[in-house]
Design a protein around this ligand. Sequence first.
Ligand code: FNR
Length: 387
Amino acid sequence: RILREALCLDDFEDLARRRLPRPIFGYVAGAAERNSSLRDNASAFAEYGFVPRTLVDVSRRSQSITLFGTRYARPFGIAPMGINALSAYRGDIVLAAGAAEADMPSIMSGSSLIPLEDVARHAPGTWFQAYLPGDAARIDPLIDRVAQAGYRTLVLTVDIPVMANRENNLRTGFSTPLRPSLRLAWDGVSHPRWLCGTFLRTLARHGMPHFENSFATRGAPILSARVMRDFTARDHLNWEHVARIRRRWQEHLVLKGILHPADAARARELGVDGVIVSNHGGRQLDGAVSPLRVLPAIVEAAGGLAVMMDGGVRRGTDVLKALALGARCVFVGRPFNYAMAVAGAAGVRHAVRLLGDEVDRGMAMLGVNTLDELDAGFLAPVGAGRR
Ligand code: FNR
């Protein structure tokens, strides 16, 4: 019933705010420092207006795309998010299975609390996102494990050489390591649906959640100091590691967190298959440019690479603008986390339907039957974007 209140993706945010304890909601919603990149991710879309074509027979609309040889029914997918299983019971499986059911891509996060093998079993086409240290001896075993589990697409996130300053986490009580406090206990008890449906259910069936898929954190309790040390051990990772990973990983390799055209060109030279233009949803370098603003330059530099993007996509029209600027596919983060927090699998299904319907209507009003027809000719810069 609660889903009747969600008429668009943005509506899930308020619903999730009510459903989740404050530190968890704050962790999902938050960004870094002044939240400038977070805001810019949303506002960049408003700087393009559509220039539609009319009197086109649009009765044969299809929003399917082909990516790495796989046909997907939607041009949007679910971005990797850490500790999804704190938002909903077995959250990574809820999202991956929801995406598989809807025939769309989804990426499971390396900082997840569910073993990657379990997700692969429930949703075989899922992509895996890894955080890797600059240390071959630790990289190789994780890559081999991902391959062994049957993943065909490895996404290497490259925009976390160090953890960002997420002071907003501290303000909402999401400290690392997590310190038990009266306030924390009260937050849990005052959200009984979350407490029983997510946390206690997890405890009862699987024990205390653990990081399961990071290179060295396997088995570390959530938010322990050990995990955090590990998270900050990525500042050695460099292009030579990417070349090495390229040699070891035989399937599709994607770099996530690219914003500079020269880095996209470098990725192409090393034989990488795709890039996700991203500022990590504004959660890393605050002030990092919105992906949409650099997308055209990256598409140009990327040659044959599959260019994808994420950050601030909330409407079908946002999806269509990114595609018109050359993205092959976009990813959506927070709204899917909120949707599953609100109503589990039904929430994810509802979110997919809302966004899919918006894309479909947008295509009709733009005068296209397939997404290949979109190009920059359908857009004009408006407002600040005209400068
Ligand atoms: C993320 N993001 C992320 N990215 C990644 O590569 N690995 C990860 O583990 C995480 N974890 C994570 C947790 C949460 C709660 C959020 C909101 C985001 C970034 C994510 O993949 C994506 O880049 C952004 O979320 C996209 O922006 P929107 O759609 O949330 O605006």
